[in-house]
Design a protein around this ligand. Structure first.
Ligand SMILES: NC(=O)c1ccc[n+]([C@@H]2O[C@H](COP(=O)([O-])OP(=O)(O)OC[C@H]3O[C@@H](n4cnc5c(N)ncnc54)[C@H](OP(=O)(O)O)[C@@H]3O)[C@@H](O)[C@H]2O)c1
Length: 312
């Protein structure tokens, strides 16, 4: 069975590649095969492609039975359309789309969630067999805090007491690997959360326990949070992140779902376990660079970096 992966150098796709490489014929679509090679579990897995170029995508998908669709840019909705068109032309049968849990909340109308909803609609209308994965925020988003934790022992966020039932991206990857290889997952949408709602304050406290030193939380004002987002992202995304944070503050992201168990037959991983695996990144810069190269696209930020995609 041949499986094509987009986002294979990223957080979820990279772990899907490692899970499937031993048993399946993989084709990892990337803009930079050279950069990607260092992050993938074996040689000869990459195909140079551009999500803006349907011809290169169609060639890259030739012979693939299933496709992991991970796209990145909420301000451009053409990438999913291109991927699906190419998949149909290439004869791909099944597509697994990494979406976001916010799509299931009618109260979520921010630009990132509207983009994910539109992407899901395209998948459903594609004529291909599909599985939708809807994760809550990734635990790995906390890697944005590594420097302030290392240098100051501080985590700074807006609405630090509000909870999110964040999910270990390893569980999202495991669900994707199963959905790509098991017909039982076709036509299903999985809500992927962690085992418990956690606030940033609670995450900081758990990090402190794991690291064996104090980590305190400092609350950002709305203006401070917005200024930080505007420094990194276009205004439309900064506004979407603010809306999303407000929704979290109103309790919209705290419910725990059983999607991980349904998808992979085991309980979801805890934040404490995630923090133990990644503790080194919060201790030294070198450890962050080495230890997380495989779980976080570190060399070159994606078009829309990780934090911008946390509307879930
Ligand atoms: N982070 C969260 O909390 C969260 C929550 C819910 C849903 N999600 C969704 O989960 C999905 C996966 O996120 P992730 O964290 O695994 O991704 P990621 O680590 O941010 O992925 C980085 C990937 O982006 C690719 N990339 C960036 N721009 C590209 C472009 N223009 N064309 C082709 N590839 C491009 C890079 O591939 P190359 O450099 O190799 O080309 C790299 O593999 C996203 O759709 C996100 O919206 C995230």
């Amino acid at each position: 069975m041949r499986i094509a992966l987009t986002g294979a150098t990223g957080t979820v796709g990279g772990q899907v590649a490692r899970l499937l490489a031993p048993r399946y014929d993989l084709s990892c679509l990337t803009r930079s095969p050279e950069r990607a090679a260092a992050r993938l579990p074996g040689p000869g897995l990459t195909v140079e492609t551009d999500l803006d170029d349907i011809s290169s995508l169609t060639r890259a998908l030739a012979g693939a039975d299933a496709l992991l669709a991970v796209t990145f840019d909420p301000l451009r909705d053409t990438h999913d359309e291109h991927l699906l068109t190419a998949a149909r032309r290439a004869g791909v049968r099944h597509v697994v789309k990494v979406s976001a849990l916010a799509v299931a909340d009618p109260g979520a109308q921010d630009a990132i969630t509207r983009w994910q909803r539109a992407c899901e609609e395209r998948v459903r209308a594609s004529g291909l067999s599909w599985t939708l994965l809807r994760p809550r925020a990734f635990m790995s988003n906390c890697l944005d805090w590594t420097r302030s934790v290392r240098e100051e022992g501080v985590v700074r966020t807006l609405h630090g007491s509000s909870a999110n039932s964040c999910v270990d991206p390893r569980d999202v990857a495991a669900a994707a690997a199963r959905a790509l290889t098991s017909p039982a997952c076709a036509g299903r949408a999985y809500a992927l959360t962690g085992p418990a709602p956690l606030s940033a304050r609670q995450q900081a406290a758990q990090l402190a326990e794991v690291l064996g030193r104090p980590v305190r939380h400092e609350e950002l004002t709305e203006a401070e949070a917005l200024a930080r987002w505007r420094a990194r992202y276009p205004d439309a995304l900064a506004a979407a992140l603010l809306e999303s944070a407000d929704r979290q503050a109103r309790g919209a992201k705290s419910a725990v779902d059983h999607g991980v168990r349904e998808a992979i037959g085991r309980e979801p991983g805890t934040f404490r376990a995630w923090a133990r695996r990644h503790g080194a990144a919060f201790r030294t810069e070198e450890a962050e660079a080495v230890g997380n190269a495989v779980e976080k696209a570190a060399e070159k930020p994606p078009a829309v970096p990780v934090e911008a995609q946390t509307s879930a």
